[in-house]
Unconditional design. Structure first.
Lengths: 399, 226
């Protein structure tokens, strides 16, 4: 039997049993649509979260004090660890691959200017902060390099703080009191919005040394190292580790690369996408039962026809192929309908609620269609085998 | 061409063995015209099914064109059916979903014959059997006589050596039935062996060899054959 003939013969029964075939196909279609819709939302969420996490750029390695052990508790908690100092940060500046090094810590403090007070996040940073985090200064600039150690009382404002404390007037050159100390405003950041729940606009940025004093901390909370794009993370990690070990005598710090944490995050999100997809898969299973039912009926109804086919010279295998082909084709067509439905609903939802991220990768669409076809195949096996094994004489006389 | 030797066929009904055929010996040559007659349950249809390789004998041997076909597996038997045997049934057995032309084409589709060749043969058959204007009709749009003509066209599409007809006129009125028999008899000119099971003694008597069966045995053979 030639392939086009197989298609012709199987589709002839869809045309005859239009309603029945449509409903059975619909069962599969709903299953596929559910899988596609849920995975589209899962994947959209995945991309949204990753975009959120890579807001600061992906070529970042963060050094934190204390060695994270496999047990999860940090030695830093027990205090038997050397804090990360500004000198540690400076020591990393001239390592290979490294582009920017930014010592950082943060806290909360009262800000006062123009007779107004506001409580905001205070970031203690290095002069390279904006470059390291791919953030932009709207007006003015960060303090120059040499000031890191000397820590002059200079401040860069987030847009919200600037708006609240200075209103329409130009804040550059004005003074701002942070916990009572006077700082001169030398820059204003571009609006950045919230990142992972932290409002980057409702904040001010001061030299790290100043912030350590202000919050009375012995060391930095972290050192952020940005490295050349395309450099091997492992190599960068190694040079930083070696340098710091040299200074501290042992490895009492932890390196977290953005790339590695994104990988971990991405795999977690993959599991979520897979889980919701599997949830949709349950309805696909129901669709498969529909195919099984309809094919079992078809074999019973067409017993005489099966007998005839055998009399006309059909082998058992050919009868099997005909019924399997019918189940697969029905399922594949249903799957195709489901793809259109699923993508349509996902895009419709996105139009209605633009905040909801949806994304349907091609691979998912292809996989969904493949699984629809294999479900048809699996559901068709039992009835098709039954059909192939019918005794031709008995089958011929069934009416 | 067909040689049956001591062929028996028994069925298990409940816990009893029922013999449908007992020790049948039969030889049929190419171009023979054989009618098989007898009361219901005499084993006529079972004999026909055995000759058509739809059923296997419980004992005895069946040789077709010199080869023992009882020992063939499903695939080989299907091939023999496809290449050498044509069936015509009382209930026509047309596939209701397919057009007359597609029904005629069916054995050739199963045999994997190229579409161009199939089209040529189908057109010739439609013409031979006066079905040209019925090619695209489905079976339920055809009269009984037309349906049986489609069935005969289908049975001959693979140029079989043997044509087996099981009560081919059973569902037809007398006039149409006679037309159908005429068509079947025309096949004898092509040296096809025609074997026909029938209740109707008038139709049965037209055959050169008339076999009478009772209780799974051939009790007599009359006519001008052998």
């Amino acid at each position: 039997m030639l392939f086009p003939d197989l298609i012709k013969l199987t589709t002839s029964s869809f045309i005859t049993y239009r309603m029945r075939s449509f409903l059975t196909g619909l069962g599969i279609a709903i299953g596929i649509a559910a899988v596609i819709l849920l995975t589209s939302i899962g994947e959209g969420l995945h991309q949204f979260v990753l975009a959120e996490f890579s807001e600061f750029g992906t070529n970042l390695i963060t050094v934190q004090p204390g060695k994270t052990q496999t047990h999860g508790s940090s030695v830093g908690v027990l205090g038997s660890v050397r804090p990360l100092s500004l000198d540690d940060a400076d020591a990393l500046r001239h390592l290979p691959y490294v582009e920017n090094v930014n010592p950082g810590l943060m806290g909360n403090s009262d800000l006062r200017a123009n007779g107004k007070t506001r409580r905001a996040t205070v970031f203690g940073e290095g002069h390279d902060f904006a470059k390291a985090f791919t953030m932009k200064v709207q007006s003015g600039s960060f303090w120059p390099d040499a000031d890191d150690g000397q820590a002059r009382a200079l401040v860069v404002l987030g847009t919200k703080v600037r708006q609240e404390l200075f209103g329409g007037q130009n804040p550059l050159g004005s003074y701002l009191r942070i916990a009572g100390q006077r700082y001169r405003v030398i820059g204003v950041m571009e609006p950045k919005g919230q990142i992972l729940g932290l409002d980057m606009d409702d904040a001010v940025f001061i030299p790290a040394a100043r912030a350590m004093e202000l919050f009375n901390r012995p060391g930095l909370m972290e050192i952020n190292v940005s490295y050349r794009a395309g450099a091997d993370v492992a190599a960068v990690t190694r040079v930083i580790t070696d340098r710091l070990k040299e200074r501290h005598g042992n490895e009492d710090f932890t390196l977290i690369s953005q790339e590695q944490s994104l990988e971990v995050l991405s795999s977690v999100l993959d599991v979520i996408t897979f889980a919701v997809g599997a949830l949709g898969g349950i309805s696909l299973l129901v669709g498969a039962v529909g195919i099984l039912t309809i094919m079992t009926m078809a074999v019973t109804e067409r017993t005489a026809e099966i007998g005839l086919l055998r009399a006309l010279g059909a082998q058992e295998r050919q009868v099997l192929t005909l019924f399997l082909g019918e189940a697969m084709l029905l399922s594949a067509l249903g799957g195709l309908g489901g793809l259109v439905m699923g993508v349509g609903i996902a895009q419709g939802l996105h139009l209605l609620f633009p905040a909801m991220p949806v994304h349907t990768p091609w691979l998912f669409a292809v996989l969904a269609e493949l699984s629809a076809t294999s479900i048809g195949l699996a559901a068709g096996v039992m009835p098709a085998r039954h059909a192939a094994r019918l005794d031709p004489v008995e089958a011929l006389h069934a009416e | 061409m067909i040689q049956l030797e001591k062929v028996s066929r028994s069925f298990t009904v409940g816990d009893q063995q029922v013999a449908a055929l007992r020790g049948i010996d039969l030889n049929i040559a190419a171009g023979d015209y054989v009618s098989i007659m007898g009361p219901s349950g005499s084993g006529k249809s079972t004999l026909l099914n055995l000759i058509g390789l739809l059923d296997r004998p419980s004992s005895g041997t069946y040789k077709l064109d010199g080869g023992n076909v009882t020992e063939l597996d499903d695939v080989q038997q299907a091939r023999v059916r496809s290449e050498k045997i044509g069936f015509v049934f009382q209930a026509f057995h047309l596939v209701p979903r397919l057009t007359a032309a597609m029904n005629i084409e069916l054995p050739m589709i199963l045999a994997g014959i190229a579409p161009a060749e199939r089209k040529k043969r189908v057109e010739k058959l439609l013409e031979n059997y006066g079905l040209m204007d019925r090619a695209d009709h489905r079976p339920d749009q055809l009269s009984g006589g037309q349906r049986q003509r489609v069935a005969i066209a289908r049975a001959t599409s693979m140029h079989p050596a043997v044509l087996l007809a099981d009560e081919p006129t059973g569902n037809l009125d007398q006039t149409t039935g006679k037309e159908v028999i005429d068509l079947l008899e025309q096949l004898l000119e092509q040296n096809v062996a025609l074997i026909m099971v029938t209740h109707d003694p008038v139709i049965g008597s037209r055959a050169k060899r008339q076999i009478h069966m009772v209780d799974g045995q051939i009790i007599s053979e009359t006519g001008s054959g052998t």
